[in-house]
Ligand binder design. Sequence first.
Ligand code: FES
Length: 892
Amino acid sequence: MKTKINGELYDLDPHPLDTAVDVIREQAGLTGTKMACGGGICGACTVLVDGVPMASCLMPANHMEGKEVQTIEAHGPENLHPVQRAFMANEGLQCGFCTPGFVNEGIAFYDRWRADHGKTRPSHHEIALAMGGHLCRCAAYVGIFAAIGDACEGQFDEVTELIAPRVDALEKVTGTAKYTVDTKWPDQLEGIIVRSAYPNAIVRSVDTSAAMALDGVIAIADLMEGNRRMRWVGQPIVGVAAINHYTATEAAKLVKIDYEVKPAVVDFDQAMDSSSPEVWDDGHDGMPTAAEGTSLPYRWTNNVGRIPMGLLTARRAGRTNRQFESNQTTVSKEFFNHQQVHTPLEPHTTVARWHGPKSLEVQASTQNIRFLRHEISEHFDLDVEDVIVEAQYIGGGFGGKQGMYNETKAAITMAKEADQPVRVIASRGEDLSYCGLRPGALIKASLSSKPDGTPEAIRMHAYGNAGVAGGTAPATMMWAMSPSGVSLDMQDYAVITNTSQGTPFRGPDAPAQRWAIEQLIDEEAEKLRMDPVAIRRKWFPDHEIKNRLLDWVESIPEWQGRMANPDRTGRFRRGIGLATAQWILIHNPNTEVRVSSSPKGITVSCSTQDIGNGTRTSIAKAIEDLMGISRHDVIMDIGLADRPNGPTAGGSQVTVSVYPTTYKAAEDVVAHLIKEAMAKLKLSNAKLGRGGLHHANGFTAWNEILAVAEPFSATDIRGAERNPLGFRFAMASGESAPAPAGRFNHGAVVTELEVDTRLGKIRPINVWTAAAVGKIFVRELADSQMYSGVIQGLGYALYEQKQYDTQTGHTLSYNMNDYRIPGIGDTPNIHVHYDEKGFEEIRGKGIGLSELATLGVAASVGNAVYHATGWRPLSTPITPHDVVTGLKTLKG
Ligand code: FES
């Protein structure tokens, strides 16, 4: 088949089942085109075919015959399109996995728009319509709107210099950024995981003979590792490695598995019943945890495990209950949250090859190269030094790509068996079904207060739904975040089902906890006829940061116009709701950063990774801030596990760990360079300046100094914050704030929305979001995280729900049509505010905000829906059906 791609003639030989994206990536080697959903929903694979944007995952490869195809590589660094420049300048990207598709669609729209309208700016609505076929899970939509608008208006037509807050933006807009899915080593095989078809079964035998006999199958590996008990649909049984994906898939179908099928419990409510089949009937030793550390021990009653909180809360529970009974202000509700799936656009992927029986190389789409290397070495009995783990570009993670997940184990195991490299890419269906999720929760909560709104007692009994895993703890977290002097009855339970395990997800447990407590506070305010801000001031009356945030809320004109008793008539009703949030300071005190100077420039080394949060940029910005060298000129050496110890991309800990450490190491390098410059260039009175050294005779730029200076390296270690033992988790004390609230960072979010009472649709219009996190290190990156936190929070509030067939245990929300994440048209106007005071004693004076940005969003939506309609949503996502039926209960 002959086709022209980017003006070059290709002679391709597609497999009958290949789509255009397959041959573009695998035969033409143009990996800038990404495959993310495989169903024409996300737009990541968009290319131009005879000038028309097409989802190449839907186009049969042989339809490319005689066509002119244009991929992102047509616009390389040397001939950037204004749309690419606008994406870079406006932060229209984070991880970059969706970016080539957006850019191609944007270029086609730009051409149409300019032909019809000249250099004018399309409206928000027109851009949303044009880009509506694309999804960005990092939710960089605010930047994308700005980029398309600016480009169409001609703002980047004449621009030639590189304008980009992000140091790796150029690689992402040109498709040259290489992700794990793009890895292609010589003789590489494709691996498929054959998974349990039953939610509860024992594998009696596996017959792989027919599969092994298939032409092109190279190896079949046991993935059960001695555990034949299947506890969820999708649990790995064997892996098939073959010369291509089709052969591996065909062979997988030939694997015969004999199961002893046992009764299972898939439904959460059924699992609460003490007569349901017990998931861990042979003991809980192998039970995984959805938490980032080890979960607390449980006392079990069938599938319900209770964390024994002992004297922490049990001693106070009786007093709390009496307060609820005697207090006229008591409000009680049951809240529910469905499970949310991370849905990174780059699915869980690993490529592995063995260089000998004790030498392994792994490319992994991971949030933690350093820890993964340790896990792999332990699991496969290797010395750490003999394991290479690399991850240069990662297409999102959001908490779901921590640790050694099943695709990683499978790729390594199959590569050993085959003695060839093996790549395992989870399909979109697998990723949505088996690769982690934010646990669901049932929270029974009560609150009582004094007549002036001061809280007196809080009860939170939380039942976590993390599938086969334990480890959820929203109530324990609430205990830590409650005002002192308040009676508490906090209890966390794990409710175990025969479904795949929960994993950490951006602010684990906190959105559910906020969903419950912030709505309960509003309920209490209404009962006491108080304003939502006024009652929240009673919670931490002396807390300066919280009160400043509440002052900010009261400064929002739309909030000032909020009516205590709005008109709740008519089809479309508007409401405005508030929620506050707080999150623990997490940093990695063992973070080490090495800064080196040489004639090549300044190099920074650290075994951390950039999942789209902007790690490279945060590190390079520290050099820019100190030395005045452009962040784009700093040589970044990250993404390899053997570099100095770096942090996990999780817990909002990266920036707070790497920025101050880089800065300090760079100060040592500067001291060296001053000495060298004085000795070798005979400079006197040399002092640090922007881009070089001031001295008695003027100014000398760094490149002149680096050219003569002896190469030098300095390494700094982050160190612990008020924590001599160096625990990974450490609390920060805010300015003159009383414990325990001062140990946290703080946020507030206000949502204005409109409810269509006839169709049940909720349309967020404005979201104001604030973070009190001290110094903002890179404002554009911070804004991007704040925007994406809001949009992912809206997904949690309104759209996202993992759904199961409760009879079979299979996932029903198996594709991105059935699992709905927010699109560009769902983006409201988002207004960001920072409070930068209050963390002066923290090294670097600033802390993380990524998780904080999403925690309170759903609760603010819940409060806004109530304000608009008088009906309080208790369950997420708030579906149109829920709204319509909920409103009927009011009328009834
Ligand atoms: Fe769009 Fe990550 S930048 S999915």
